[in-house]
Design a protein around this ligand. Structure first.
Ligand code: CS2
Length: 428
């Protein structure tokens, strides 16, 4: 019989005192920030999710321990013990206590792109919780803390700072404290980590030899770039390769346009062609060509050395095609209205300014529209998008919903409409 994973069973040692808090406990946190923090046995994380109660319950039963499996020629398996406590929604008091604890010096966030788009954080939103936590800390003693946003949002630290400034306005003492004592860094995070499938636990028992109700599977590649200052202590993430850089802008564009942009195109075009995963999609020559065309287009606007971009592209293509990583297109297709603006639109705008209509983006937008018209749409703006997509002018109205200027660009609207009229041939 397989043994349930615990700290003792996995030889992890006792849980470290909580010095970091995380909001957005999911697969990505466990393969990324928690993995980096595991290099520092003196730093424990209190990880929160206000969405999924199953996962914190499973982790609590396992004393925070879980396994990360990295498929390769031989699967690498690591037991991770950096999560000292896991909490679910409803534990608001504990959240406030943790953020007010002087022992806590870092708050990392993976709260999805949508969270940054809400300028007025209401109480139950991710930003509302961050604000409530900061206020509790300010009231209690005001010791410094640094926020580390880890979402695929350009200049995520700056966006977070402006959300906090806007919400704090009208409370001068709080404003002064957040400006002086709340550090906020910007980051680029990268590690392909699909949502664990229904067979993940069984697979973990087979490969790992432990019964693990919270297993994670991720690719071997991982990257964490940070820019900005911490106001207090932080875990020595550089021990596992995190890098501190001065100018994060070019790295952000590279990650969001090349990796996430290609993911988004593959998600909509891949679904339209009848594929299920990223690996299936890039093994289809037509979609592989679409990705290369998109990368050629994006490369015209990026401030990174050409040979470096060439290397990055080759590596990225292999990551997409890797065996053992089952990344569902349907997962990536969610939240398009929040993802497309950061991943595709900066390049589209630069191309339009140069008088060009980039074919890859036109195809991507047409396939996104088809997705909104035919699939079950998971998006914070689903109702509005579905209404636009079912209207008498679906292309124009959906593009307007995405970005007003795009929807009033007649040449773009005609090109997307022409593409939308030609359904993609299904495979198989
Ligand atoms: C993906 C990302 O789901 C998505 O939208 O594009 O989660 C992607 O896998 C990560 O950013 C990789 O670092």
């Amino acid at each position: 019989m397989t043994v349930r994973i615990t700290r003792a069973a996995a030889k992890l040692g006792p849980a470290a005192p909580v010095r970091a808090v995380h909001l957005g406990l999911g697969a990505f946190h466990r393969s990324h920030q928690a993995w980096y923090t595991a290099c520092a046995p003196e730093w424990g994380i209190a990880a929160y999710t206000f969405r999924n109660t199953e996962l914190p319950r499973a982790l609590t039963e396992q004393e925070g321990a879980y396994t990360l499996r990295v498929p390769g020629e031989v699967d690498a398996v690591e037991a991770i013990g950096s999560i000292s406590r896991a909490h679910a929604g409803g534990e608001q008091e504990q959240w406030l206590r943790d953020l007010a604890s002087p022992e806590v010096e870092v708050l990392t966030l993976t709260v999805t792109e949508a969270a940054y788009a809400r300028p007025e954080p209401h109480r139950d939103s991710a930003m509302g919780r961050v604000l409530a936590g900061l206020r509790a800390r300010h009231r209690a003693h005001g010791a410094p803390i640094t926020l580390v946003p880890c979402d695929n949002v350009p200049a995520n630290g700056e966006v977070l700072r402006s959300v906090i400034r806007a919400a704090a306005a009208g409370d001068p003492a709080f404003v002064e404290w957040t400006e002086a004592q709340v550090g906020i860094v910007s980051t680029v995070v990268d590690r392909i980590t699909p949502a664990p499938g229904t067979d993940a636990a069984e697979e973990a028992a087979r490969v790992i030899g432990f019964q693990d109700a919270a297993p994670v599977v991720a690719e071997p590649f991982t990257e964490w770039l940070l820019s900005g200052n911490f106001t207090g202590e932080r875990p020595p993430w550089e021990r596992r390769g995190a890098r501190f850089v001065n100018d994060i802008g070019a790295y952000t564009d590279r990650k969001l346009w090349f990796l996430n942009g290609a993911h988004t195109l593959l998600a909509y075009a891949g679904l339209a062609h009848g594929h299920r995963t990223i690996r299936d999609a890039v093994r289809d020559a037509r979609l592989a060509a679409l990705v290369q065309e998109w990368w050629d287009t994006a490369a015209r606007h990026i401030n990174v050395d050409t040979s470096e971009i060439g290397e990055y592209r080759r590596n990225l293509f292999m990551r997409f095609a890797a065996r053992g990583i089952r990344h569902e297109l349907a997962q990536i297709a969610g939240d398009g209205s929040q993802k497309i603006p950061a991943r595709l639109l900066p390049v589209l705008r630069a191309e339009r300014a140069a008088g060009r209509l980039p074919a890859a983006v036109v195809i991507g937008l047409a396939c996104w529209l088809r997705h909104v018209q035919t699939a079950e749409v998971r998006d914070p703006r689903a109702a509005e998008l579905v209404e636009a997509a079912r209207s008498r002018e679906p292309v124009r109205r959906t593009l307007i919903a995405l970005d007003h200027d795009l929807g009033t660009d007649d040449d773009l609207v005609s090109a997307v409409a022409a593409e939308h009229r030609t359904p993609a041939p299904k495979v198989g």
